[in-house]
Design a protein around this ligand. Structure first.
Ligand SMILES: Nc1nc2c(ncn2[C@@H]2O[C@H](COP(=O)(O)O)[C@@H](O)[C@H]2O)c(=O)[nH]1
Ligand SMILES: [Mn+2]
Length: 132
């Protein structure tokens, strides 16, 4: 299983060799497995690509941010962070507030928006989240 999401690849579409730049996107060729994470507490999807050539065999690399790290730090409190990561064993201090689940888009909506790109194989719920 590959999980590159910022890279360039030489691929061929309509008999033309092209350079595909995936920035914040993963390859989702037909039958290829991938990982699409949500946030520290909203689960992760294991997916199988559908090989959609109109999207250059690509899909989202994650839920993606709803707001910048700076805005997240201004918007949310440590109490918000603790509430939103309830049930997940992880760091719960002011140094990780910018990673609060509320700073990311709703992963279920993001998945619903790309049913033509990937098929869901499994949804994982995290028990532990370690920030590198
Ligand atoms: N399962 C988790 N998903 C996370 C976490 N932090 C962010 N994210 C999601 O992953 C993508 C990609 O993150 P990136 O830092 O590599 O760009 C991001 O869009 C979020 O949706 C996490 O702690 N656990
Ligand atoms: Mn990224």
């Amino acid at each position: 299983m590959l999980y590159h999401h910022n890279y360039v690849a030489e691929e061929r579409y309509d008999d033309v060799d092209v350079l595909v730049t995936r920035k914040g996107a993963i390859r989702a060729g037909s039958g290829e497995l991938g990982i699409i994470p949500g946030s520290m507490a909203t689960g992760t999807y294991i997916v199988k690509g559908l090989g959609n050539a109109e999207a250059f065999n690509s899909a989202s690399h994650g839920a993606g941010r709803r707001m910048s790290r700076t805005k997240a730090k201004k918007t949310f409190t440590l109490a918000d962070f603790k509430a939103q990561t309830d049930g997940v064993e992880c760091r719960k201090d002011s140094g990780v507030i910018d990673e609060i689940p509320g700073a990311y888009k709703d992963i279920q909506s993001v998945m619903a928006a790309q049913t033509d790109l990937v098929e869901v194989v499994a949804r994982l719920r995290q028990l532990i989240c370690i920030k590198g």
